[in-house]
Design a protein around this ligand. Structure first.
Ligand code: AMP
Ligand code: MN
Ligand code: MN
Ligand code: MN
Length: 276
């Protein structure tokens, strides 16, 4: 069994359509794949159709943007019912916020002489969620920085001209939507938030008190030290352990679908909750 429980498609900021993503995951040996688009479940129907063709188990999922003490924290919901009305209402609100944030990003960048970024990002996003990744692509295409990574650092992170603070869902609220939809809530990529030890303990304590059950111990960009420290956090807070590449695109070749380090053997994997 090879699990990859965190991936993106063109329904948000991934490069592959849901069907192509599933096909690549299958070819990479993944047996259980979660499609976790940002604030959106629109890719799941297409992904499920392809998964049925391949004989891969698709786990319906989502990655919800939350704001916790002013910081952006991502909560993955695994095995959700995408038709659950409360979840749908919640995601619809975040989708509206994504559009108004993008319009404001476009206006702010225009003040710096960069015109047309909202329209270009909208076009790049197609029918999917509009994200900072789409702005980054446009800015990189304009030659404004050497790489997408550099574009983020110079334009799209806190304190830079294209950054717009957004109050996404509350932590407890997002966990509530996931649970209401029958899913399991997972704190995604804990290293990404650059929290001190005491803030991470606080996050995981509040997350667990809200009904959250798992921590992404093996995340796409984690090194051995990250895995060990997340494993300790999972033990300390008695959280189940998840693994996910956070695959977006083949250009990020260090995040290969399904090619993830193993979970430390004493942890309980999140899939122990499931029968298949
Ligand atoms: P958003 O949810 O619209 O704020 O966009 C966040 C997305 O941007 C993340 O899911 C990543 O895919 C991408 N991202 C964030 N920071 C960086 C970075 N420093 N370099 C490349 N991609 C990034
Ligand atoms: Mn992303
Ligand atoms: Mn994320
Ligand atoms: Mn992600």
């Amino acid at each position: 069994m090879i699990y990859d429980l965190h991936t993106h498609s063109t329904a948000s900021d991934g490069a592959y359509t849901p069907a192509i993503l599933v096909r690549h995951a299958y070819e990479a040996g993944v047996t259980h794949l979660a499609l976790t688009d940002h604030d959106c479940t629109d890719g799941l129907v297409e992904a499920q159709a392809e998964a049925s063709q391949c004989g891969l188990t698709l786990i319906p999922a989502v990655e919800i943007s939350t704001t916790w003490h002013g910081k952006s924290v991502h909560i993955v919901g695994l095995r959700i019912d995408p038709d659950n009305p409360e979840l749908k209402r919640g995601l619809a609100r975040l989708q509206t916020q994504r559009v108004s944030r993008a319009e404001e990003m476009g206006r702010n960048l225009a003040k710096k002489g960069i015109v047309g970024s909202f329209e270009a990002a909208r076009e790049l996003a197609g029918l999917g969620m509009i994200t900072r990744t789409h702005f980054a692509k446009f800015l990189a295409n304009q030659g404004l920085a050497a790489s997408v990574r550099a574009v983020f650092d110079h334009y799209l992170v806190q304190g830079k001209p294209g950054y717009v603070h957004t109050e996404w869902a509350g932590l407890e609220e997002a966990v509530g939507w996931i649970k209401n939809a029958g899913g399991v809530a997972v704190v995604a990529h804990p290293q990404r938030y650059k929290l001190t030890g005491s803030w991470l303990r606080r996050l995981l304590t509040e997350f667990k008190a809200s009904g959250g059950e798992a921590l992404e111990v093996v995340a796409g960009t984690s090194n051995l030290g990250d895995i060990q420290s997340s494993a300790s956090a999972a033990r300390r807070h008695e959280l189940l352990a998840s693994v996910g590449s956070d695959f977006h695109s083949p250009e990020h070749s260090w995040l290969k679908l399904g090619h993830l380090p193993e979970l430390p053997g004493d942890l309980t994997p999140v899939w122990s909750l499931w029968n298949d």
